[in-house]
Design a protein around this ligand. Structure first.
Ligand code: IPM
Ligand code: MG
Length: 357
């Protein structure tokens, strides 16, 4: 099969980890007889430097003409003083919205080989955990009305959390469908004891749960959810939550797996086109030093094959190669922990994975 992939390498370690993933996807294309073409576009700080804008029109157009998008990471200290609407991060929100990617799937699983890297105690980790966060990605406070005004105490800034029935229903449906394909267990996380938008969220999730009687459904307040994630992560399978709560809880979920450098994500809309990216950031402190862990991006490439291209066997092949490389004891610096292994670089880790495909 033929697929066109847009590459948004971005900033910091973005170029290194995207290049690793391209090498892996090329190997898969050879092995299984596919044809993947790759076209790079600018996004984030590098786009600001080249064009003055974090998300040039050409990038949006290129992504819309592609079958899928692979993104590294954006941002860095160099652009931290840009005004809010010209920051590299703004490009990320812009491209999610322009491509209609309202679903963000963030799996967080504890690899057996990396158990020692989890900050949770042995007895809490038990026999491991494997959860999927379904985060709403194009609504809520990230996209609500915002600005400055004169308030009770003079100058004030405000952001607004708003969710429509349509937005809640469509992400809820994705979550219930995801639960049906996994262990039929779904927890919706909100703040319905305080927020009106959460109360609408909760009531719509309840309506949907009536349509999915096989799914064991429950609600949880976000403060409790944050606590339960570190108290007993095994109680969760699929979690559905709003844009901002999902942002926060997915970082927490990634940390308890031992390394944020391991976790992939998929952003999806109604069609098959998606955007795939690691959940970690651009790590400017180690950029260009061959120290980055490419695994999260490589696993994002596997998610692209599975969710956008329907190539499950090929995706399995990548995931197995990653399992194998870890079982064989290879570690980048971020996941060395107390394993006694000598850290290898991004390039070497990529080679080890390629050898196992
Ligand atoms: C993420 C990131 C982004 C977000 C930032 C960089 C805009 O933290 O993808 O989790 O908040 O969505
Ligand atoms: Mg985040």
């Amino acid at each position: 099969m033929d697929f066109k992939i847009a590459l948004l390498r971005g900033d910091g370690i973005g170029p290194e980890i995207v290049d690793s993933t391209v090498a892996v996807l090329k190997k898969i294309a050879d092995k299984f007889g596919h044809n993947f073409s790759f076209t790079p576009y600018l996004i984030g700080g590098c786009a600001i430097d080249a064009t003055g804008l974090p998300l040039p029109e050409e990038t949006v157009k290129g992504c819309l003409e592609s079958d899928s998008v692979l993104l590294g990471a954006v941002g860095g200290p160099k652009w931290d003083n840009q005004p809010g609407d010209k920051r590299p991060e703004k490009a990320l929100l812009g491209i999610r919205s322009a491509l209609g990617l309202y679903t963000n799937l963030r799996p967080a699983k504890l690899y057996n080989a990396l158990r020692a890297a989890s900050p949770l105690r042995e007895e809490i980790v038990g026999d491991g955990f494997d959860l999927m966060i379904v985060r709403e990605l194009t609504g809520g406070i990230y996209f609500g009305d915002r600005g400055y005004r004169q308030g009770k105490y003079g100058e004030e800034a405000y952001d607004t959390e708003a969710y429509s029935r349509v937005e809640i229903e469509r992400i809820g449906r994705v979550a219930f469908e995801t639960a049906m394909k996994r262990n039929k267990k779904l927890t919706s996380i909100d703040k319905a004891n305080v927020l009106e938008s959460s109360r609408l969220w909760r009531s719509i999730m309840h309506e949907l749960s009536a349509e999915y009687p096989e799914v064991e459904y429950s609600d949880m307040f976000v403060d409790n959810g944050a606590m339960q994630l570190v108290r007993n992560p095994q109680q969760f399978d699929v979690i559905v939550t709003s844009n901002m709560f999902g942002d926060i809880l997915s970082d927490e979920a990634s940390q308890i797996t031992g390394s944020i450098g391991m976790l992939a994500s998929a952003s999806l809309g109604d069609g098959t086109r998606g955007m795939y990216e690691p959940i970690h950031g651009s790590a400017p402190d180690i950029a260009g030093q061959n120290k980055a862990n490419p695994i999260a991006t490589i696993l994002s490439g596997a998610m692209m094959l599975r969710y956008s291209f329907g190539l499950a066997e090929e995706a399995d092949c990548i995931e197995k190669a990653v399992d194998k490389v870890l079982a064989d004891g290879f570690r980048t610096a971020d996941i060395v922990g107390n394993s006694g292994a000598e850290a290898i670089g991004c390039i070497e880790m990529t080679e080890k994975i390629l050898e196992r495909i």
